[in-house]
Write a new protein. Sequence first.
Length: 288
Amino acid sequence: MILVTGATGEFGRKAIDFLLNNGVNPSEISALVRNENKAVDLKEKGIEIRIGNYNDYNALIKEFNGVDKLLFISGSEIETREIQHKNIVTAAKEADVRHLVYTSFIRNTEVENSAIDFLQNTHLKTENWIKESGIPYTILQNALYLDLLPMFVGDVIQNEVIVQPAKKGKSSAVLRSELAEVAANVLTTEGHKNKVYPLTNPVTNTYEDVAKYISEVTGKKVTYQSPTPDEFKTTLKESGVPDEYIGIFAAFSVAQANGELELQNNSLENLLGRKPTTYKELISQIYK
Ligand code: NAP
């Protein structure tokens, strides 16, 4: 039995589809969800639905019962994520899960003072809890989702400018679906126990490159400006962006400026069995 947590989220749904594509029988997949109403389509595919919130340790122990492989998809509630992740790892140990696959985030250890330590700290702690638990594990250190590009560049066609405090920093971003495909491949092939895989795009790009690719596709002259993080935050505030998002947007671009989002590693291509989609290819699809 393979159980996928966060199964009503975008990554979880794609991972389940790739498990099915890889030939896993629906009766061998279960989905942990906190809201059954969002899981109707999963149920229709023959997936067993188990109800549990990451906050509810006892429910997790019960629902992890009989699970051989657990795809633990990191939580999305930043404030409470740490205790939730501890709950999941402890419950998996208690339920005698045989292989835990965790979606972490890339960590460029050469960069000191992470700009995104609010998420890096939880991932690092979770990875350590998993290793200390003694459960055979695979850590998938996912790059930034390439799918988030339109959110970072904003209304670029209208504005003809990309504004991000990322300087000339590069990103090794990867499509979420390709990361989910790798998760399914890891769950359905051998040789991945006690491995940590940084999953990054071998083709890295700056926002200057992104502006150039969008210009080529649209025929408009799109430019890139990199203000200071404070100037950037002020602009977002004046545009009415809520405070909680301003900090997160700025932090990711500062991380990119510092080189935190760029990492060279061939694990992704090996586990995917092909070269991943590049910024240029995605841009030619979105902005054509
Ligand atoms: P998503 O669509 O927001 O899905 C998150 C999933 O986690 C949802 O199914 C959500 O349930 C579930 N969840 C959150 N808190 C929970 C709780 N307390 N109890 C039970 N389930 C809970 O995110 P995604 O795109 O699939 O990404 C998966 C994870 O990757 C995110 O949660 C986040 O940790 C991380 N992430 C990575 C990147 C990246 O660039 N690498 C970007 C964004 C997020 P509901 O459906 O009920 O809300």
